[in-house]
Design a binder for this molecule. Sequence first.
Ligand code: G6P
Length: 369
Amino acid sequence: DQIEKGGYDHFMLKEIYEQPKAITDTFRGRMLANEGIIRMAGIDDNISKFLNADRIIVIACGTSWHAGLVGEYLLEDMARIPVEVEYASEFRYRNPIITPKDVVIAISQSGETADTLAAIKLAKSKGAFVFGICNVVGSSIARETHAGAYTHAGPEIGVASTKAFTTQITILSLISLKLAQAKGTLSKTAVNKYLQTMQQIPNQVENLLKIDKEVQEIAYHYKDATNCLYLGRGFNFPVALEGALKLKEISYIHAEGYPAAEMKHGPIALIDENMPVFVIATRKGHYEKVVSNIQEIKSRSGKIIAIVTEGDETVKEIADHVIEIPETEEAFTPLLTTIPFQLLSYHIAVMLGKNVDQPRNLAKSVTVE
Ligand code: G6P
């Protein structure tokens, strides 16, 4: 066990630290950034299905569903294809409208989640083309889909998903750029710029992981909280959901993720001096609006822990703690903003003495309904 953990105390921590390599492995052979080329056999061989699709329906569960939500923002923004993101368990039981002009993207780390597998079978029976994004090679979902792409994250043992999430987002970014290229919804220059920026992500994640000590201190401050709120907008709204899920899963602290602007329709009522609020406020992500949300939290004495872009001055003045992420395209910020949240949940769970790798009541892969 100790050998498998490679010197780390837990699989989860090892897997968090493996992300620069996992993302690089997911790029490998698929992206020639300098030439502006994206090669993905599963997409290339079926490009007409994607180009003629009325819409894309993403189906998944748990963390993979959060990656799917990031995918919605990416695909719609870059490739201009309408996207719906569905919980597999809801989709399969509500008599959904599916036609042969729909493309379904099923996302699953394990490739064995029962609800996702059943939703795929349903979509296939209605004539949809089903594309899988799985981590486990040869898994049931990989076999059941018409085509797909593997996230080459390597085995993920910790129940709380980390590197599977970032590599799923990596694949979805590549697919979005590939389709944008094929449809001409982004110029050649724009695609090239995105690819060059994307290539820097693994190094940026590597550098970001050096904030571990800082995050540990923040974790110490908030480990006794009983409720936490996570807020983000745009590409980072799903990251807020995923941040809250990570904390719930392994520390058993109640946490809710919300789109920042929705705060005023409910969660704001909960804010007082005992409520830590984790806010993503990247420079290009509706920044002014998020800053005004932060001010609203401050005026109600909430504790603010903000994730900002390097060099930010405004939020630093208001927030109790800030964590800086390096500059990148806004579309790729989820690959960076999610890292501090993973570390934070990890440290809080360790400080509380919880079983980080095998949290109570949870399974790594849910093969029953
Ligand atoms: C379980 C795991 C989660 C995972 C979800 C979906 O709940 O604990 O980490 O996100 O299943 O799993 P999948 O393998 O389909 O991505």
